[in-house]
Write a protein that binds this ligand. Sequence first.
Ligand SMILES: *Cc1c(COP(=O)(O)O)cnc(C)c1O
Length: 374
Amino acid sequence: MATRRFIPVAAPTMVGREREYVLDCVDATWVSSIGSYIEAFERGFAGYCGATHGLACCNGTAALHLALLAAGISAGDEVIVPAMTFVATANAVRYCGAEPVFVDSESDTWNLDPEAVERAVTPRTRAIVAVHLFGNPAEMDALDAIARRHRLTLIEDAAEAHGAEYRGRRAGALAILATFSFYGNKIITTGEGGMVLTSDDDLARRVFQLKGQGVDPTRRYWFPVVGYNYRMTNIAAAIGLAQLERIDWQLERRAEVASWYRERLGGVPGITFQAVRPWVRHVHWMVTILLGDEIAVERDAVMEQLHEAGIETRPAFHPLHSLPPYADPARPSLPVAERVGRRALSLPTWAGLTRDDVDRVCGELEKLTGIPRR
Ligand SMILES: *Cc1c(COP(=O)(O)O)cnc(C)c1O
């Protein structure tokens, strides 16, 4: 019997100049957080997204922390974040001593619901963090209008959305501050890495200072504020630059993989994909399906059986208000986030997948859910 290929849910692809650039760092011994690849990657990625400044840092969580600090978030403040996101979005708020206020999602896009955001604003609210969930841009115009009306800072957590577009503009340039992750499973990777983007000179200066121990930009070894060591290494940036050179290919491959899933599972009763508004470009960090009531099998049982068939999947995020550090019995339920958290799973989505791989995943899903093969 031919051995079946194990299909991971995500995997980086390094088919460009990654190796060459990394060896260049090693040969030149520029392996730490000073070096030409950092500037080239910052400039290149900011330019790609349409922002003026890119500030590279050690991961996406640090990028969020830096953006929130630059926005002046501190103890006693409230920051609105979606309940349906990775835990880092809320953790970074807590690092500032502030409280994340969890808001439910739109029922079809699973992104932050602007009407629910409006209702969550209090006199203590200082910022809104919009997450482009699984690569699908949030409703930025409505969120921006709310932020302006209440004088809040709007921040994009674009960790899952490199290259995504909203009304013709790229993620990363849709708010005054935006953050990215370059973790190994993200659309482009540096191993571990992150970046803050902004087109505001003052905010860029603040982020630069905070990521380098609070250093004075004009006086070396002078530290007027308490900062952090959140810098990115030249080696990581070298990988990032090579990844950036092939981002269009990444996005094309992911779009193709997503189209195969939709083609095969699109009309299947009980399987719903994230809705994609006509004015956005969804970049499919993770093709994620929601199991409807027609499907009697529990989501985790579906994942278990796919695993036995050599297919890795992942559950949607546990809604953050269900996690111990954030649980609050007094908080009303957030039904969309809870349903997605319980009934959604992400299917293998990465650039190296073949049509056969996707057919195998769909075949197993059809079997497991008792859906007749069409
Ligand atoms: C991955 C991710 C992060 C954190 O990025 P790290 O680089 O892992 O720290 C933050 N927010 C969201 C929405 C993410 O998916």
